[in-house]
Ligand binder design. Structure first.
Ligand SMILES: *[C@@H]1O[C@H](CO)[C@@H](O)[C@H](O)[C@H]1NC(C)=O
Ligand SMILES: *[C@@H]1O[C@H](CO)[C@@H](O)[C@H](O)[C@H]1NC(C)=O
Ligand SMILES: *[C@@H]1O[C@H](CO)[C@@H](O)[C@H](O)[C@H]1NC(C)=O
Length: 530
């Protein structure tokens, strides 16, 4: 018998048990804190309604029980005394009364429906419910992203043992099992093994609700071991299953298959090659520039020599009274921070103005020519104009004073809110030659001002993947850099990314300044190095 058949059987059995769990879709998780707050509020309302329903049902059941007890007592009487009891007019009266009142009322009572309110509430808010395919799987993908970026083990995640994050419920074996199987579906075998082993440990410790049993977990673990090139471990695990369930036909067949593999030595099957690739990719990502910088590790960066700071404002009447504290944090490309550019009050006002306008961030798809929701841009954004509110006009004027640049050709202020694991993969802000941004009437994006509107509990750094440096978000501070060299050419050294938010959420305001109007403000140069 060829080994191929065993594969098919084994795969079928795995897919069969996975069927109810559906396949992995790299979804967009609940993208903003505003949206999260909305559904938490909804859950409060639902919880109150559910409690009311339970109370009403309980009192109804109490009344039914009371009646039932009284009927039972009367019947006992009849049983004990026999037909003779009917001779007593009081007994006849009681029987008639029970039918005229009690039983009739019971019928009406049972027709009453206390579940209406709750049911209506559920139905009318259904549109707000997070969905399985998009939101739950998206949330799982977000957890994996956090694990990879911040190098967080499954056990630390499950025990909520993450420095800087608040309290949270601990995960059960069932949660670990779900995460493990979804990771498995996504071909993330290393992560899947970690989560499934944890599920096994938790079952052993009694940290589970009984929805998953050990056999199911070990079946997966065995298969993953096999795929990862350890047929002997796969064999041992499957023998364990047989000890638990001696008549498991599937396990018996798998034992034969694994045994054969141990004897022959493994060959590189398609799955094994895929698993190896996955391991390499994950390790490359974890030790890559992006994740390393997101973890705040700059040991690979080129030292920048002395970096200085100064007060800026003598030249601008706007800043005379409150000069701006400028800090140079990188030389090449030059990266400045304007400390406390905004007050807490101004930041709060901006968030308040943006909240009703937040939309899921979109990107332009060249192939379809349409704007689409983008998976790699897990945030929500809104645009605010000077005339939307006095605070926006003030902030725009202050940016003008701080940068010394023309603001009339700038884009409106863009506000973005990143929720669970919200991130933005690396990119540069200017448009490539010939792109719509490059050809826009005001010219390309000459500079960026990135303002942090809140403190992030953990994560959410802005990392410069080529320059190998980062800025950690601090309420009111703004990062400033030129996207273009003096020659007008794009500076690819400004490539940057927003790291996923590990705890909390993140609000930023972006101001993109354009070339037009800057002729006398930033001198041109043909030196390609400037
Ligand atoms: C474990 O769960 C599976 C699927 O629900 C079931 O078929 C199997 O009998 C269970 N095994 C044990 C040992 O309870
Ligand atoms: C498998 O089990 C055998 C016998 O119990 C043991 O000698 C061997 O070390 C185990 N192999 C692995 C890889 O765990
Ligand atoms: C991740 O953490 C583990 C254990 O905590 C450590 O051994 C490993 O080197 C870390 N990986 C990276 C890329 O930092």
């Amino acid at each position: 018998m060829g080994t191929r058949r065993w594969f098919v059987i084994l795969l079928l059995s795995l897919f069969h048990s996975l069927y109810r769990r559906r396949f992995f879709v790299e979804g967009d998780s609940f993208a903003s804190i505003a949206q999260m707050e909305q559904i938490v509020n909804l859950e409060m309302t639902l919880s109150e309604s559910l409690e009311r329903f339970v109370e009403l049902e309980k009192s109804r059941l109490d009344k039914v029980k009371q009646f039932s007890t009284s009927v039972k007592e009367a019947m006992n009487q009849v049983k004990i005394e026999g037909p003779k009891s009917l001779e007593n007019p009081a007994t006849s009266y009681a029987v008639i009364k029970r039918f005229a009142n009690g039983w009739t009322e019971l019928g009406n009572f049972l027709e009453k429906d206390y579940s209406n309110d709750l049911r209506n509430l559920l139905q009318s808010n259904k549109w707000q419910f997070p969905t399985h395919n998009e939101d739950l799987l998206g949330a799982m993908a977000a957890l994996f992203r956090l694990q990879d970026t911040y190098n967080i083990s499954a056990v630390d995640m499950a025990d909520n043992n993450i420095i800087g994050c608040g309290a949270a419920p601990k995960l059960l074996a069932e949660d670990c099992f779900d995460l493990g199987t979804v990771a498995y579906q996504a071909g993330r075998y290393t992560q899947a093994r970690e989560w499934l082993s944890l599920a096994e440990t938790f079952i052993h410790k009694g940290r589970h609700d009984g929805a998953v049993n050990r056999t199911e977990v070990v079946e997966y673990l065995a298969w993953i071991e096999y795929v990862k090139g350890n047929p002997e471990r796969a064999l041992n695990l499957t023998l364990e299953i047989l000890q638990l369930v001696p008549h498991n036909k599937q396990a018996k067949e798998n034992v034969m298959h694994y045994r054969e593999m141990v004897e022959q030595g493994t060959r590189d099957t398609h799955d094994q090659i895929k698993a190896k690739e996955e391991e390499i990719n994950t390790n490359t990502f974890k030790s890559g520039k992006y994740a390393t910088l997101c973890r705040g590790d700059t040991s690979q960066s080129t030292p920048q020599g002395d970096l200085n700071c100064w007060y800026h404002g003598q030249k601008s009447p706007l800043l005379l009274l409150r000069p701006i504290k400028v800090e140079m944090v990188w030389r090449k490309p030059e990266l400045l921070i304007f400390r406390d550019l905004l007050s807490t009050k101004e930041a709060e006002r901006i968030k308040e103005l943006a909240t009703p306008k937040l939309q899921r961030a979109t990107v332009f798809n060249r192939q379809t020519g349409k704007l689409e929701n983008a998976d790699y841009r897990v945030s929500k954004s809104a645009w605010l104009e000077s005339w939307d509110d006095e605070v926006i006009a003030t902030v725009n004027r202050r940016i003008g004073a701080a940068t010394g640049l023309e603001m009339d050709t700038a884009e409106p202020l863009q506000i973005a809110n990143y929720g669970m694991a919200g991130q933005y993969e690396f990119h540069h802000d200017f448009g490539d030659p010939g792109s719509p941004l490059d050809l826009s009437p005001n010219g390309n994006r000459i500079a960026t001002v990135l303002i942090y509107l809140n403190d992030v509990s953990r994560g959410g750094y802005t990392v410069f993947t080529r320059a190998k440096t980062y800025v950690s978000p601090t309420m009111g501070d703004a990062a400033f850099w030129y996207n273009l060299k003096r020659s007008g050419e794009g500076d690819y050294e400004t490539e940057h990314a927003a790291c996923p938010v590990l705890c909390g959420n993140k609000w930023v305001a972006n101001k993109w300044l354009h070339i037009r109007g800057q002729e006398f403000r930033r001198k041109c140069s043909l030196n390609p190095k400037e």
